[in-house]
Design a protein around this ligand. Structure first.
Ligand code: 5GP
Length: 199
């Protein structure tokens, strides 16, 4: 298929607990032609996850062969596992004119930003509040060791550093999910318009 416009790759950046998955799933329900990029990983599948839908679950050997073969747009080691974005799939969806949404940690997002032409790339940052707000929320959900909490805090610092670099920022404070959904859809519609898709 050859599209009139090339597509756009839009990673969504957010600290853990910001409602990123909820907003992406909602956008997919509003715009069924939204492509959710499927990354490769060496971590094991969690319950309910499917190979080819949530991730391509690979052995370390298989993943390293992909790195060596130049098959990944970017890759990172995170929490002891490899994660990477398959180059061929992204290229195919861009050629088809799709809006592709990705869930990639912030270092990977910065690498891809340097690789793609600016018109084929954009980002959304989801702001659910300060570390103290997210910390309280996480602790209410499940008790956590000091060490785990510190790890999360460091991740928060990394991911939230992207806020000033993002194309769009969507606020998702506690209790305001409906507003966040509306704002998120408006941003997705704006990206769609740029590549000639219906809003
Ligand atoms: P999880 O194991 O919880 O699914 O993901 C852990 C982290 O890996 C998340 O921050 C997620 O955004 C990130 N991640 C998922 N896929 C990729 C990828 O292809 N590249 C990079 N750099 N990070 C990824």
């Amino acid at each position: 298929m050859s599209a009139k416009h090339r597509g756009k790759f839009v990673p969504v950046v957010a600290p853990t607990g910001s409602g990123k998955d909820t907003l992406i799933t909602y956008a997919k329900s509003v715009f069924p032609d939204l492509v959710l990029s499927v990354s490769c990983t060496t971590r094991s599948a969690r319950e309910g996850e499917e190979h080819g839908r949530d991730y391509f679950f690979l052995s370390r050997e298989e993943f390293e062969a992909k790195i060596a073969g130049g098959e990944l747009l970017e890759w990172a080691e995170y929490g002891g596992n490899y994660y990477g974005t398959p180059k061929k799939e992204i290229e195919r969806h861009l050629a088809e004119g799709a809006l592709i949404m990705g869930d990639i940690e912030v270092q990977g997002v910065r690498l891809i930003r340097d690789l793609l032409p600016p018109e084929e790339f954009g980002t959304i940052y989801i702001d659910a509040g300060s570390w103290s707000v997210l910390e309280k929320r996480a602790l209410l959900r499940a008790p956590m060791s000091e060490e785990e909490l510190e790890k999360r805090r460091m991740r928060y610092v990394d991911e939230s550093s992207f806020k000033t670099e993002a194309t769009y920022v969507v606020s998702n404070p506690e209790g305001m999910l409906e507003d966040a959904k509306r704002d998120f859809i408006a941003v997705v519609a704006a990206f769609r318009k740029e590549i000639g898709l219906s809003e």
